[in-house]
Design a protein around this ligand. Sequence first.
Ligand code: HEM
Length: 208
Amino acid sequence: MSEQVVTRYKVSERANHWVTAISFILLAASGLALFHPAFFFMNNLLGGGTWSRILHPFIGVVMVVSFFIFATQLWSQNKITAADREWQKHLGDILCNKATQLPEIGKYNIGQKYLFWILVITIALLLVSGVVMWQPWFTPIFPIVLVRLASLVHAIAGFIAILAIIVHIYSAYWVKGSVRGMTRGTVTAAWAKHHHPGWYKDISKGNR
Ligand code: HEM
């Protein structure tokens, strides 16, 4: 008997997610290589030091465009609601398996929503600071103090984004059955009922 499945992501959402993910990995590797000699070997991914320096900002533009299109597609579903705040209040009880009568989780849980907003903020900061640091095109327009500040902001935002993505990839692997949502576009009805019951009820009524 074939398993009942429901659609979680459209083709356009999956395409944007994977363009963002591949460019993020190339950016994290080349960015770390530009940041510290201990990571210099990662330059090899883009064909050596010179190529990393040339390509890093252009790949950054690709990631920013694909990420913000993707973020726009998921924006309304990531708004933090009163139900999410209720969940947050009972986090200790949930971890000790003591919580009862909590509101049903919608398309995303509070952790996923925080990840979403952390990425929106850090990627916006990476874009603005990256443009200020982009030699030889834009840097000469800005005072040196701003360029120095931009390098600091870029390093801190990059570090936070990399940590957030490590947690994201681990969670995607940890919650069995999630990755197929982002590869094939569908999840099993059992997965949806178990992890996102509020969303499952909504789609069963014909809302997305
Ligand atoms: C190999 C790397 C990655 C894997 C395996 C992965 C996997 C996934 C999976 C399975 C989902 C669906 C979760 C669900 O439907 O509940 C998802 C959603 C998402 N991913 Fe990734 N991802 C990766 C990299 C990235 C990167 C680099 C970014 C952004 C820079 C990103 C941003 C997102 C966002 C924003 C969502 C939607 C979650 C939300 O809106 O709260 N992912 N990812």
